[in-house]
Design a protein. Structure first.
Length: 162
């Protein structure tokens, strides 16, 4: 049957390929004859090898999930978002120190899309120095909320001693 051409899921002999092409495009047979006689050599297997992927794409899927979790949490607790996100503010208001339980955050649609789990979040934040939030014992709070609580405590303490 001759050389077999393989790319992806398809395996065709050269004549099968040309026959399918003729049926699809309706090329005249004299063009096909000229084309087949001018073909010098079949495609080399090296032409079908995948090109190397960039280093970013070579990361494990677990690492990609962890990076996505970090980015998403940074967004949730960023000043820009937190000021507008009344739902997140209500969750934080439930806690005396403005912490939000990770399990609450895992219910957010974007976190579900990412495929975040409690273990993934713990792993992602274990050695991560967040810019916009603080992570303590499966709870997260906005850093600016942390500062305001410290300021409030200082003000209350100062007023007691006056």
């Amino acid at each position: 049957m001759g050389e077999t051409y393989s790319k992806g899921l398809y395996k065709l002999s050269f004549s099968q390929f040309v026959e399918l092409w003729v049926r699809k495009d309706g090329l005249p047979s004299d063009v096909i004859t000229k084309f087949t006689t001018e073909v010098s050599a079949p495609a080399q297997p090296s032409e079908f090898k995948q090109t190397p992927q960039p280093k970013q794409q070579q990361q494990s899927s677990q690492q990609q999930v962890q990076n996505a979790i970090r980015r998403q949490l940074e967004y949730y607790f960023s000043d820009k978002n937190y000021k507008r996100d009344h739902f997140l503010q209500r969750l934080a208001a439930k806690d005396q120190h403005s912490f939000v339980d990770i399990n609450e955050l895992l219910q957010f649609n974007k976190m579900k899309q990412i495929g975040a789990t409690l273990d993934n979040v713990r792993d992602a934040l274990q050695h991560y120095q967040a810019r916009s939030f603080e992570f303590v014992q499966d709870k997260i709070r906005q850093k600016s909320a942390m500062v305001s609580h410290e300021q409030l405590l200082k003000e209350v303490t100062d007023s007691l001693w006056d």
